[in-house]
Design a protein around this ligand. Sequence first.
Ligand code: HEC
Length: 139
Amino acid sequence: MRPFAVALLIFAAVPGAHAGEQTETAAKDFITLCTNCHGVSGTGDGPMAKSLRHKVSDLTRISARNGGVFPEDHVFETIAGLSMPDAHGNREMPVWGDLFVTAEIGASTKLEDAMKASDHAAQRIVGLVRYIEQMQVKP
Ligand code: HEC
């Protein structure tokens, strides 16, 4: 099993653990990593959006597109890269789960480091899920 998948097993236990800290990290992550494509407002009008083959999703209308319910598991999986929006593998959005883990473990080959990094990656993604949840427009 890939380390990231292992972290998901404990995903349910992490949300809210360090809520304040998580929100701050999420806001920073969103600005640095997501606004290029999704735009500061999340509507999909970032500077890079026009040069992509796919339309960049409007992140403020995920609930509206889903009958008024915010599908947090789907959003988590999409960001992490566990569920590919494009089944044929030409997803244009980076696979954040792998990137977060790789950035943290560097050259280490220790399982323990990989587990810790996966846990942190899962927490970071949970933060982003919450951040996106609070930008939903009322359906
Ligand atoms: C290189 C451009 C790019 C960047 C950077 C990017 N995205 Fe995306 N994102 C996309 C595209 C394009 C899609 C539409 C699906 C696809 O083709 O990959 C998408 C889809 C999504 C979806 C699915 C929405 C839905 O309706 O199901 C979520 C959630 C999402 N992105 C979150 C994020 C987050 C969080 C970040 C930052 C950590 C991010 N994206 C960074 C391009 C990007």
